[in-house]
Design a protein around this ligand. Structure first.
Ligand SMILES: [Fe+2]
Length: 292
């Protein structure tokens, strides 16, 4: 399902049904350049098995369209899926970028996993740490980095002419918004990030990180600012900040940690790479007990 954007850009969404995550390929057909956003590494938790089927599907599309990928962008350190950024970087030669506040998130999780000294807290495992307001050139256009914290302190949105990839800052209107109870999360900060996004022109397309469709409904990758303002169940026009914060806190108290949070975050703070193998080629993930 290719989606057309202003300036001749296109978006190809790839939905990972196991984690309900969208990976996006932002394409400039004219220059045949592309950007991958939030790629998923397949992980089967019962046997701790990793596979690359989903990432390979994206690679096949890139090869078929003869695209050159400049960037692999993460909207944040995800807690619900492992990132395939490292795998795709090796295949594509692209650079991996994320918001510079990721250092805060790495430090917090290094304490939880006891990984200080093993996972660099300065974020140097990423190729680029973006500052707020920074722009990256893409085809004839530019992508601007907006810090949109709250779900995590390091969430970033990637904003262009008529569109934004918003990560978990906001969900579809019927789902509302993401939890704000991970380390460094803050519902009040999240509300302000959401309202900043919803101040963009009404026709702006917001590309979502997840959707959790019911029954046979197709997952919904995008929604306009106008639709969010009219009917987002958590943050439509008229929802006061304090009302949102109270609602979010109550909901978050009732949520369990995401199923993959412990395997995922230790990979994602390594810029989407598994821990280094031991002398026998074995790879181990850590499982901190009663730690979150
Ligand atoms: Fe998330």
């Amino acid at each position: 399902m290719t989606i057309s954007l202003p300036d001749g850009l296109m978006v190809e969404p790839f939905f990972d049904a196991a984690t309900s995550t969208f990976t996006y390929l932002l394409v400039d057909p004219k220059s045949q350049r592309a950007i991958v956003i939030d790629p998923v590494l397949d992980f089967e938790p019962h046997g701790a098995r990793v596979s690359h089927a989903g990432a390979d599907r994206i690679l096949a599309y890139i090869a078929a369209q003869k695209l050159r990928v400049d960037w692999i962008l993460e909207t944040h350190i995800h807690a619900d899926h492992l990132s395939a950024a490292g795998y795709l970087k090796d295949k594509l030669g692209a650079r991996v970028g994320i918001g510079a506040e990721v250092r805060t998130v790495i430090s917090a999780w290094n304490r939880i996993y006891d990984l200080a000294g093993e996972v660099p807290a300065d974020g140097s495992q990423f190729d680029r740490l973006f500052q707020s307001g920074e722009r990256i050139a893409f085809g004839g256009a530019a992508i601007e980095i907006w810090f949109t914290p709250g779900h995590t302190p390091a969430c970033a949105s990637y904003v262009g002419n008529g569109f934004a990839f918003v990560g978990d800052t906001i969900f579809s209107p019927q789902l509302g918004s993401a939890r704000a109870d991970f380390p460094g999360g803050d519902a009040r900060v999240l509300y302000r990030s959401i309202r900043r996004l919803l101040a963009m022109p009404p026709a702006t397309r917001l590309f979502l990180c997840h959707d959790y469709p019911e029954g046979d409904t197709a997952p919904q990758p995008q929604v306009t600012v106008a639709e969010q303002r009219a009917r987002n169940i958590h943050v439509m026009d008229g929802t006061a900040e304090d009302t949102y914060v109270a609602m979010r806190a109550a909901r978050d108290r009732a949520l369990k940690p995401p199923k993959l949070i412990l395997p995922a975050v230790q990979v994602n703070i390594r810029a989407g790479r598994l821990p280094a193998p031991d002398a026998e080629g074995r790879v181990f993930l850590k499982l901190p007990v009663d730690a979150i």
